[in-house]
Design a protein around this ligand. Structure first.
Ligand code: FES
Length: 184
C-alpha cells in the first residue's frame, strides 16, 4: 500500500519529461506565432492609414493652370488662382495672386505680390507718384516691373515657377527672383 502511494507521489512530483516540455513549447510557439501574425495583419493597414497622409503632403510641387498665354502682355496683370493643399489629414484651399507679364524676349514670368519687407501685398502702378512700378502701401517699398527692389525692401519680389502648355500659363512653387538679375 505504502509502496503504491509512494509510486503515485513520485509520478505527480516528477518533473515534466523532455517530450512533454517540447510539446508544450511547440503549442506555445505555434499559438504565439499565429497570434502575432494575425495581430500584425490587423495592425499594418491601420498603421498605413495613419502614416500615409503624412508621407504624402500634397500641394507643393504641383502646377496650376492660371491664364491663357494669348492674354499675357508686357503690362503686368493680376491673376488669382486656388491651390488645394493636403497636409496630413488637413485639407485646405489657399487663394493666391500672381502678377504675370511677358518680358522683352517674349518670355512669360509671374511675380509673387508678397512684399519682401514685412509681407504686405504689393500692387502694380498703384501709386501716382511712382508710376509703372510695384508699390507696397504699408511702408512704401517699390519694385521694378521685373520685381527688382528699389526702396525699403531688402530683396526682389519672388517669382512663381512657370510652365507653358497647350496655350496656358501654369504656375508652380514660389522661387527666388531670376528676372530682376537679367534686367540689371
Ligand atoms: S511690408 Fe511692404 S513696405 Fe513694409
Amino acid at each position: 500500500m505504502s509502496s503504491h502511494n509512494e509510486h503515485q507521489d513520485q509520478s505527480v512530483n516528477r518533473p515534466p519529461s523532455r517530450k512533454e516540455m517540447s510539446r508544450r513549447q511547440f503549442l506555445t510557439y505555434t499559438l504565439g506565432g499565429a497570434t502575432a501574425f494575425m495581430g500584425v495583419g490587423a495592425i499594418l493597414p491601420m498603421i498605413r492609414f495613419a502614416v500615409d497622409p503624412i508621407l504624402h503632403k500634397k500641394g507643393a510641387g504641383d502646377f496650376i493652370k492660371v491664364a491663357e498665354v494669348s492674354k499675357i502682355t508686357d503690362e503686368p496683370q493680376e491673376f488669382t488662382f486656388e491651390l488645394k493643399q493636403q497636409d496630413g489629414w488637413y485639407a485646405s484651399t489657399a487663394t493666391l495672386t500672381a502678377w504675370v507679364r511677358k518680358n522683352d524676349r517674349g518670355e512669360i514670368y509671374a511675380l509673387s505680390p508678397i512684399c519682401k519687407h514685412l509681407g504686405c501685398t504689393v500692387g502694380w502702378n498703384n501709386n501716382k507718384a511712382t508710376p509703372d512700378e510695384y508699390h507696397c502701401p504699408c511702408h512704401g517699398a517699390r519694385y521694378t516691373k521685373e520685381g527688382r527692389n528699389l526702396a525699403v525692401a531688402p530683396k526682389p519680389l519672388d517669382q512663381y515657377k512657370t510652365k507653358i502648355e497647350n496655350g496656358w500659363v501654369y504656375l508652380g512653387d514660389i522661387v527666388p527672383n531670376t528676372e530682376a538679375a537679367r534686367e540689371a
